[in-house]
Design a protein around this ligand. Sequence first.
Ligand code: UD1
Length: 360
Amino acid sequence: MKLRVVLVAGARPNFMKVAPLVPAFEAAGIEVDLVHTGQHYDPAMSDVFFDELGIRTPDFHLEVGSASHAVQTARIMEAFEPIVVERKPDWVIVVGDVNSTIACALVAAKLGVKVAHVEAGLRSRDWAMPEEVNRLVTDRLSNLLLPPSPDGIDNLLAEGYPESSIELVGNVMVDTLMRNAERAAQVDLGAITGLPDGADYALLTLHRPSNVDDPEVFAGLLGALAEVARQMPVMYPVHPRVRARFDAGLPLPEGIRLLEPVGYLASIALQRGARLVLTDSGGIQEETTVLGVPCLTLRENTERPLTVTEGTNRVVGTDPAVILDAVANELANRTPARRPELWDGRAAERIVQAVISHSR
Ligand code: UD1
């Protein structure tokens, strides 16, 4: 009998993960219902990724929008349940660690539908991070755990998951990166940065509540970044929530240039062209490792340790003095990097094979 899956995407970091999965499932003769929860809804946070990555129009759009964590999660669950009841899929496939991930996994588990989690097993061990709650609970609700890297397997085994429920599949975001590298190379960077070709700049992305919602932490970070901006321009594409802070009067240090949120191709182009990336994102730690661009992570921990042990990432925290030391060090000695195993552009195929073999 033909397998049927419901594949869920909701927020910006999900879209580059589902992009290769839709065609890979369909090529294997599996019927896919694509669901967009609407957690992210601004064209710059959502539509641009569907357009650029050729993701087809979702079969269901839940249009939940923004709200508190509880309300957003509840709205997604309420809107998602009837779809699972109606479509009766063999699997619900969720990716990443956003509120849409945990909400849809919980609905499926309660309806007795099997859940597969793409990007299972990642752990920051920072329970104050909403994504860490989402990761742990989603894994617990999943029948098939699909970690991108061996540390994910270690974490899951240590938590008591049976080996038979875990398949190492590699990093599906790298599939998208490899497929779009040439198109990203065509992006007119100067039109985005306003800088001449080849000019040094640092790329900054900073949006985590722990960094930008606490005025003292954010001010400390902006102070350190102002120092970096004395050495080279800092390009900062801002999340709508952070833009609102500057619009409300938070002073922007000289040399830091706010950009509108960028699409996928521009994001890759900006990373590749940067002398240095400073970020609190998860995905960008991985993309810079694949691109070989130095990355300083402005957090106290990472759930993606391979980007440090094998890649270009350094976890430097939020202390301005430590950040500036790390910047000086990175500008003086560029760290060599290796691409982790199975980050090879074929993760989507392995995910499909894992779902098929666990359906028997
Ligand atoms: C979410 C994810 C986070 C991810 C980030 C990437 C969770 C718990 N967090 O955080 O892991 O790194 O996406 O962007 O799921 N907003 C808009 N337009 C939009 C979406 C949001 O203006 O299209 C504004 C709203 O004011 C909203 C705020 O951003 O209240 C936060 O959005 P939300 O989806 O709750 O979380 P993110 O911070 O985007």
